[in-house]
Design a protein around this ligand. Structure first.
Ligand SMILES: [Zn+2]
Length: 280
């Protein structure tokens, strides 16, 4: 059983504005912006059993994939697709929308990204959302790491800020996207301390040396059991991600360098992430 905890749908230009597109192209000249549900259906599920599909309400960054859009796509294949909604913590109706997306739309988690939403994770409006997620039993997948987008500040994006959230809301399930790149050390410190805080390895195969260093650090701190499989589709597919993870195992970087046991890589790929997050 392979679960992809991190995939996107979203159409350009319907869900991605010109400002976001321009900043993406500055960082990645060859970037593909967005992906339709047809593309997701055809490619995202190749090689995995189930996939989490993320909405995103990041008005500040110009990237808004509505909850209803994700819910209607997930309804076409509920055996394999799992929908996570999103709310803008700055919105006065954030909690109402959280209740609507879980009650009426059947979405089972929430995607947040403070640096895209231009809010500090310790702002009372953000904490109010965390409190509601804990009360509703909804896991939070949070982009807590850097980005090319200039909506917010990098000071809002440090993984270490989630330590305070985990202390205040100990039953809240948290997944730190992309292992909090490039602040892998902060992510490892946080996931090590809190039983319900995890990190996904999505998109890291695009930077092989950093992936290797992040996984070696996770091995040395004994937190690889907190790492979940994810791709960040459409940016990477499951087969690219699985091949990339396997490519850093063993003595891939030469004799004398730290090694990552291939079994550790297989455990990440086959992690029962939905069980860990209390989904299903
Ligand atoms: Zn993503």
């Amino acid at each position: 059983m392979i679960v992809d905890i991190h995939t996107h749908v979203g159409e350009y230009p319907a869900h991605i504005d010109e400002r976001f597109a321009a900043q993406a192209r500055e960082a990645w000249a060859e970037v593909t912006l967005g992906g339709t549900v047809e593309e997701h259906r055809e490619h995202a599920l190749a090689g995995v059993n189930r996939a989490v599909v993320l909405a995103f309400d990041a008005q500040a960054a110009g990237f808004v994939v509505p909850n209803d859009y994700v819910a209607s796509y997930v309804a076409t294949d509920p055996a394999r697709l799992i929908g996570f909604g999103s709310v803008d913590p700055s919105s006065p109706t954030a909690i109402d929308e959280l209740e609507r997306m879980t009650g009426d739309l059947g979405l089972v988690g929430c995607k947040l990204g403070p640096i895209y939403q231009n809010i500090d994770p310790l702002d009372p409006r953000f904490l109010r959302v965390c409190e509601a997620l804990e009360r509703l039993g909804l896991p939070m997948l949070i982009h807590q790491g850097t980005t090319f987008a200039r909506a917010g500040s990098l000071l809002q994006a440090r993984p270490i800020l989630l330590d305070e959230i985990a202390l205040r809301y100990p039953e809240l399930r948290i997944v730190i996207a992309h292992m909090g790149h490039p602040w892998f050390d902060e992510t490892i410190a946080v996931i090590r301390r809190h039983p319900h805080v995890y990190a996904d390895v999505s998109a890291l195969v695009g930077r092989r040396w950093l992936l290797y260093q992040a996984l070696v650090a996770a091995v040395e701190y004994r937190v690889t059991h907190k790492l979940l499989f994810g791709t960040d589709f459409p940016f990477f597919t499951a087969s690219q991600t699985i091949d990339g993870l396997r490519s850093v195992a063993g003595d891939a970087f030469g004799v004398g360098m730290p090694t990552i046991d291939p079994d550790v890589i297989e455990e990440i790929i086959h992690r029962p992430s939905l069980d860990l997050l209390g989904i299903d």
